[in-house]
Design a protein around this ligand. Sequence first.
Ligand code: PMP
Length: 312
Amino acid sequence: MEQAELIWKNGEFIPWEQATVHVLSHGLHYGTGVFEGIRCYDGEQGPAIFRHREHLERLHRSAQLYYMEIPYTADELATATRELIRRNNLGSCYIRPIAFRGYGEMGLYAQSAPIEVTIAVWPWGSYLGDEGKSHGIRAKVSSWRRISPDSLIPHAKASGQYLNSILAKTESAAAGYQEAILLDERGFVCEGSGENIFMVVDGELLTPPQSASILDGISRDSVMQIARDLGYEVRERDILRSELYRADEVFLTGTAAELVPVREIDDHPIGEPGPVTKRLQQAFEDALYGRDSQYLRWLDPITRIRDAAPAA
Ligand code: PMP
């Protein structure tokens, strides 16, 4: 991975190499952490963070669901992130805040282990590759089912939960595919290992509902709003695996991947990116880069006047 100069850790800006943790950190042993993946785009109005507030609110909600209290408000984390991007002199970059139980107490009920919070930013290109974004990727339905809501919390973006995504991703990569598609515990389509999924049938957009154990993706929400604004019907409903094979178009959405067409699933050809996917991909990218005034409300510019006071 590429590095930057500084990382924000528990209120301070420290050199990248010094941002280390104790080997007995609780989160390392048991996965007790919650995190976000956010992107900043160097667009029309200069660098701006896409849907910053929604991501930080999800971070706080994820923490609450696992009985963790983040000792910084969303506003404090937002200010720290903007300052971190400025101090690292970055334009377009990926942003990774994480809050985890640190060193201090072992065992499963470790309420006195402190909550540590760090934010890292670094340049990171499209997660599934530029080729995948323009020509589509090959995906495989995983033999691993998505975590079910009666054993974990699909709506939380929690560190330990990602072992499930890693099993699916590893299986698909070993079989020569670029992404895994997970079914939920009932056997309906859920999502990619790190992306939500959409299909287009007869001009209508369909995507699995919240009750299919999805992570409530912020890119998913953005693409649904953009699609409706463009006049498409968008419906959340359960989707069968075999419906994906017969769909006119299929694509994935996520902060790291952005909007990626799927051209093949389980060796069934879907085809090169279709007209709806291409139109939405363009419109989404215009929103990300501040080229569409309708969606400027989603952008948090990093050069805010109210951050300009000298940092302590
Ligand atoms: N599902 C999973 C499991 C993810 O990790 C992600 C990435 N955060 C998504 C969906 C997409 O969410 P978002 O659009 O908010 O990045």
